[in-house]
Design a binder for this molecule. Sequence first.
Ligand SMILES: [Zn+2]
Length: 71
Amino acid sequence: MQETGVNPDVCYQCGAKLMADDKAIYMKLVSRGATSFLCMDCLAVKLGCTRAALEERVRYFRESGNCVLFR
Ligand SMILES: [Zn+2]
């Protein structure tokens, strides 16, 4: 009954289960107020980069400790 059509826990493109990092990097790079998300694979395609590049940024943001999304 709660089905809204947008599940914030899965990628809205491919339906993959999302990790906290997937959502965090999406909010960081696409929209801070996002309510639906892409997995890193689909986000990489959207942004025209590689998944490895996104993982690199996740690591960077977490290690820098400056971003509240990565704690
Ligand atoms: Zn996906």
